[in-house]
Design a protein around this ligand. Structure first.
Ligand SMILES: Cc1ncc(COP(=O)(O)O)c(C=O)c1O
Length: 381
């Protein structure tokens, strides 16, 4: 029989790392709501690791172990949201440091970076991820301290070559951090390609059920920079509630099943609608017509993810009509959950958005793909 360490990640994740509660024998991890922990007569903590819940909660450990396993990392940290996780990284930089990030990325983070960097004395440059030389041209040796990427980039699904980005970052003495929310650790493990820090909005695929807002960071480099990130969580209190951490570990147990199903269905839908007379384009990295397909093939294993976008003929009006006509897709923001969602990104992001007005974003869930196709067919007719 296999040693436990030889087991496939999906086995370990389904079993929550073979967790057994030593106090009761329960195979589901317990929830510990306590904010504080007892000391004995000599003022020693009863369990040295546990003092106060802004530092950490024993319930995080299972989910953090699962995340580290999924990403091939040595250390993982849960946060109260994906944004809180990203902020903890940016706030570990020093005034004067230079950051580069893609122009098309999660818009909330881009919007925050654009105001925060100025206020914090950080220099920010946004590069065009569809231009293969843009990243290299936007970094400066000795000045750039962080290269932030997202791949595939939300919501056009431009693909960034993680290995090439790591070489560029390391070549000038910078770190590479990646928002890997869309790819998920099932399809891409960025550390394998040289990323230093991997970030997730765990609100999305990791939890997968539209009922927890959470974030995560993982690394293999537990250096001073990582120590600063850990302090930012503790001092800033960007911590996840114990119940949310518990829901997250439960959601992650089915991650492989959900991601594979969503990816298969997204591929089927992308192929079905490519060339549809009422569409200008189908944007999906799994299609050979996608400009990032070759890189995606290299760094995504077992699928291209559950996210795709449709560029609808008739501009904004045409796109909004499709959204309006859908009956099976739910009109809502967010992504990576069991139910399929449809949204018009430009309406959400507003006038400063670089997103085309004719773009409709689809997050493919785990429903019958035939129902999803039939819904889109009728909405596009
Ligand atoms: C790709 C991506 N990264 C980060 C975030 C931010 O995560 P959260 O909403 O958990 O703060 C989102 C949220 O939509 C996202 O889609």
């Amino acid at each position: 029989m296999n040693k436990k360490s030889d087991l496939a990640p999906e086995t370990k994740i389904a079993q929550a790392m073979h967790h057994v509660d030593t106090a009761t024998g329960g195979i589901a991890p317990p929830i510990q709501p306590s904010t504080t922990y007892v000391r004995d007569e000599n003022y020693q903590l009863m369990v040295p690791a546990h003092s106060y819940s802004r530092d950490e909660n024993p319930g995080y450990l299972v989910a953090e172990k699962m995340l580290a396993e999924l990403e091939g990392a040595t250390s993982a940290l849960l946060f109260s949201s994906g944004m809180a996780a990203a902020m903890a990284v940016i706030q570990a930089l020093q005034p004067g440091d230079h950051i580069v990030a893609p122009k098309v990325m999660y818009w909330g983070l881009r919007r925050w970076l654009l105001t925060f960097c100025g206020n914090w004395g950080l220099q920010l440059d946004l590069f065009d991820a569809s231009d293969p030389h843009a990243l290299e041209n936007s970094v400066t040796e000795g000045k750039t301290k962080l290269v932030w990427i997202e791949s595939p980039c939300n919501p056009t699904w431009d693909v960034i070559d993680i290995g090439a980005a790591a070489d560029i970052a390391h070549g000038i003495g910078a770190r590479l951090a990646i928002d890997s929310t869309i790819a998920t650790p099932v399809l891409t493990q960025p550390i394998e390609f040289g990323a230093d820090i991997v970030m997730h909005s765990a609100t999305k695929y990791l939890n997968g059920h539209s009922d927890v807002v959470a974030g995560a960071l993982v690394t293999t480099q537990e250096d001073e920079f990582w120590a600063g990130i850990c302090r930012n969580r503790v001092d800033g209190g960007a911590i996840l509630g114990p119940f949310e951490a518990w829901l997250l570990q439960r959601g992650m147990r089915t991650l492989f099943l959900r991601v594979r199903r969503s990816s298969e269905s997204a591929m089927t839908i992308a192929k079905q609608f490519e060339g549809h007379p009422n569409l200008e384009a189908v944007l999906y990295p799994g299609l050979t017509s996608h400009p990032g397909h070759e890189i995606a093939r290299k760094q995504m294993q077992g699928g291209y993810g559950g996210m795709l976008s449709l560029r609808v003929t008739g501009g904004e009006e045409g796109a909004l009509a499709v959204v309006k006509n859908c009956k099976v897709f739910t009109r809502a923001t967010s992504l990576g959950c069991v139910e399929s969602l449809i949204e018009h990104r430009y309406s959400i992001e507003g006038k400063s958005s670089p997103i085309p007005k004719d773009l409709v974003r689809l997050s493919i869930g785990i429903e019958s793909v035939d129902d999803l196709i039939a819904d889109l067919e009728q909405a596009l007719s």
